[in-house]
Structure formats: structure tokens, C-alpha cells
Write a protein of this length. Structure first.
Ligand SMILES: [Zn+2]
Length: 326
């Protein structure tokens, strides 16, 4: 595990952990769980051929509650992967159920987890489902699907949240083009909105790189690397990424590079004003905040830094600027 909870409730990432500062009372990252954890420092493995990064491990796996969102249950995961592999071989659709609390008002008990927004083709078992309790679950399953079945496997995979589905390739927002598509989609809702409410879209997986500025400032919003988009009539839109996080992780995420699963939100008034400026004026730069709500530690995990020579190559189309790749 890459996260643990301290006695005061703060969440610490494995590479941030310092016994002298944080003490050695470490608990499972799930606030409901409280299973005791131990720190395992970075070490060389496989005859010094590989570096195993620092992590937190359970004192005893049986200490975790059954609904724990942070515990990696290897036996269950292995079984789940087997059934996905089988389904992929048979050309079935894989449905990854996002069984996660993503908003403050989310009522997990009311979530119809078995509702799947797929058109039935009449066949009883034309898809297989797998639950995901955390961003780690998602990354693990996605990597497995890509390894076993390549792009075709990914094309046959959708993410289900509250009965609505999205193809996995749209769910993973990893390029500027995908950010542009997401923004354009949300702008349509802003433009046609009758109730003037904030615009929220289906959850996405993003790579959030908090700026070093954010770290230095110690308080205030956690900002990610901004993105520039050229618009019509010489206009330029600067998309500012903002993570709205609970106080338990405000220090945790400062200056960090993490994967986040969250719902993107645009403030209606702000987005409306920006949209009008882009539609009516020219040769200007406008700024817009894209908000990502983080209510639980299950929504983020640190990006493991890879050395450049082990990074997979040629996985982006020419002209695409990749933000992250698996
Ligand atoms: Zn736990």
C-alpha cells in the first residue's frame, strides 16, 4: 500500500513517511478500517536488479474490515482477473463497476451496484463485471486488460458509475486532446443549462501533478499543471486544474504527482462568463478552473516514477502530447 493514516487522521504517502516526524502508529488508509500497518522502506530486489519502492504493509491481513477500500486482497483480485481474462477471450464486454464514494453527498447504501447501463443483446452473459473500490484497483485491472488483450481488450471495456457507462478510453483522460473533448462536452452543458447549476460530468481518471508553488504555499487550493488551448479568433484558454480535497489530505497532495479518480466540475457562473468572452471577443487569454473533488484516500495514489529507459515507447499518436501512459 502506498498510503497510511496517522494517529491524527492525516494521510501520508509511503515516500513522504519519516518516522521521526510521523511516529510509528500507522493505520490503514481507510478511515473506517484502522488495521495496523508497518512501513517497509525502499529496497533492492531480484539480486539488486530492481528497486522496490517504499510502501506500507499490513501487520495481519485479517485485521482489515471486509469493506476496506485500501486493503489489497490478492486472492479475490486473482479470481477477478481470471474471470475477466476468460471474458476477453470470448469477446465479451468487461464492465468495471466504480463502487466508490466520489462526492460528499454520496450515499453508498443507495447505490444500485448491479444496475448496468448497457443495451442487452439478448444473451444472458454478454458481459462480465468487476467491482473497483479504489484507484489502485482500477490501475491494476486496466494494466492487466492491456497486457492480456491489448487495445482490443481496452476497446471492449467500459466503466460503470451509478448505472451509466463510459468507454475506458474516454474514462482515462491522459492527453491534451481528451481534456479538450471533456471541456467541450461540459461547455455544451453550460451553454444549454436551464437551472444554472454547476456542471459535473462522469468521473474520470487523471494524472494530477500539483505545482511546486502549491507545495511552497502550504495552504489554499491545490493546483495542477495548467493547460493552454488555442481557440477561435486568436483567443487562448488556460485551463487551471484544481483539486478540492478534505483536510486530511491537504498536506499529503501538495507538490505530489498522483493518479486521481474524481468527478470534474465547472462552476456555472465562471464557465458561463468565460464561454461568453470566447464567443464574443478576440485576441485575449481567459482562465477557467476545472475542479476535481477528492473526498477519500481511495481516490488517489502516487505515480510511481519510472526511469526513462524503462518507459514504454511509441504508445501515443504523433501530435498527441501524452500526460501519462500505463
Ligand atoms: Zn483496511
Amino acid at each position: 500500500m502506498k498510503k497510511a493514516r496517522l494517529d491524527d487522521g492525516q494521510v501520508v504517502l509511503a515516500h513522504q513517511y519519516n518516522k521521526a516526524v510521523h511516529g510509528d502508529h500507522l493505520n490503514c488508509a481507510d478511515p473506517e478500517c484502522g488495521a495496523p500497518m508497518i512501513f517497509r522502506r525502499e529496497a533492492l530486489t531480484h539480486g539488486a536488479a530492481a528497486l522496490r519502492s517504499a510502501s506500507f504493509v499490513s501487520k495481519s491481513v485479517s485485521d482489515h474490515i471486509s469493506t476496506c477500500t485500501a486493503h489489497e486482497d490478492f486472492a479475490i483480485m486473482a479470481k477477478r482477473k481470471k474471470s475477466i481474462e476468460q471474458a476477453l477471450r470470448e469477446g465479451k464486454t468487461v464492465v468495471l463497476n466504480l463502487n466508490m464514494r466520489l462526492m460528499e453527498d454520496f450515499n453508498a447504501a443507495a447505490l444500485p451496484q448491479d444496475v448496468i447501463g448497457l443495451a442487452s443483446t439478448g444473451e444472458k452473459y454478454d458481459y462480465v463485471t468487476a467491482p473497483m473500490k479504489s484507484v489502485e484497483d482500477f490501475l491494476d485491472l486496466m494494466t492487466m486488460i492491456e497486457t492480456k488483450a491489448g487495445q482490443k481488450g481496452l476497446d471492449n471495456t467500459v466503466v460503470n458509475y451509478k448505472g451509466k457507462t463510459l468507454p475506458i478510453m474516454e474514462f482515462v483522460v491522459d492527453t491534451r486532446d481528451k481534456y479538450r473533448d471533456l471541456l467541450n462536452k461540459m461547455y455544451k452543458s453550460v451553454d444549454t443549462s436551464q437551472d444554472r447549476k454547476d456542471v459535473t460530468d462522469f468521473p474520470r481518471l487523471i494524472n494530477f501533478r500539483a505545482t511546486q508553488n502549491t507545495k511552497a504555499r502550504d495552504t489554499g487550493a491545490i493546483r495542477g499543471t495548467p493547460m493552454n488551448f488555442a481557440k477561435a479568433r486568436g483567443n487562448r484558454l488556460v485551463l487551471l486544474q484544481k483539486a478540492n480535497v478534505e483536510k486530511e489530505f491537504q498536506q499529503t497532495l501538495r507538490g505530489e504527482n498522483v493518479f486521481i479518480i474524481a468527478q470534474p466540475t465547472l462552476n456555472y457562473g465562471e464557465a458561463q462568463a468565460v464561454l461568453r468572452k470566447l464567443q464574443t471577443q478576440s485576441e485575449q487569454t481567459v482562465f477557467l478552473n476545472l475542479n476535481w473533488q477528492v473526498v477519500g484516500a481511495h481516490q488517489f495514489t502516487p505515480v510511481e516514477e519510472q526511469s526513462p529507459d524503462t518507459k514504454p515507447k511509441n504508445r501515443t499518436q504523433p501530435g498527441q502530447q501524452s500526460l501519462f501512459k500505463f
